[in-house]
Design a protein around this ligand. Sequence first.
Ligand code: AP5
Length: 190
Amino acid sequence: MQGRKVIITGVPGVGKTTVVNEALKKLKSEGVVYQSINFGTFMFDVAKSDNVVQDRDQMRNLDRAVQKHLQQRAAQEIAKVTGNVLIDTHASVKTPKGYLAGLPEWVLREIMPDVIVLVETDDDQILMRRLNDETRARDKEGSRAIGEHQQFNRSIAAAYAMITGCTVKIVINADFLLERAADDMANVLR
Ligand code: AP5
């Protein structure tokens, strides 16, 4: 049987990886198995071997043509994976020259997702999570800019649905309500 392809998106620091990991723990006991893939890691592996960056947070500042090349190579590798696949990525990437589509047509046509999930929460909660995360070089921006990015992601997700016929699901990952977000995510994956 052909597996399901689920794309998980959300602005940096919204907690998409945290929600996915909690949801996968719940599903394991039911025998529902997904291979979890981080799109950024695939891109980073290519970027490192090409010697263009030293850490993953530098990728969004690369020249647009370089980012597109990395995207394409990552998408081609991911398309080869069979079974249920969960792809942790970005609906759009904030670059110094504006928003870059995370899933442009040539990436979507490689992957052809069944569902795109947008993980969201209040802009100020995301701001606080970024400030408290010392493990990453997060972009410094205010809650208004974070709100603009979340809004842009909804718009571009609608365009992705038009191209592929996939559904778009919004999962809210609010402070103190991780459990609820993980349940919502698990329902999408079942
Ligand atoms: P990637 O590594 O995916 O970057 P990211 O968005 O920063 O992803 P993270 O997994 O680090 O953050 P998260 O939102 O999942 O939050 P987390 O769970 O850690 O991508 C790296 C780079 O690759 C991108 O910058 C880009 O350049 C490139 N890239 C990727 N895909 C691309 C594409 N398609 N096209 C082009 N480029 C692409 O949680 C964050 C914090 O919040 C943690 O401290 C956590 O404890 C806390 N938290 C989580 N949930 C809650 C909660 N409910 N309450 C309180 N705190 C919470």
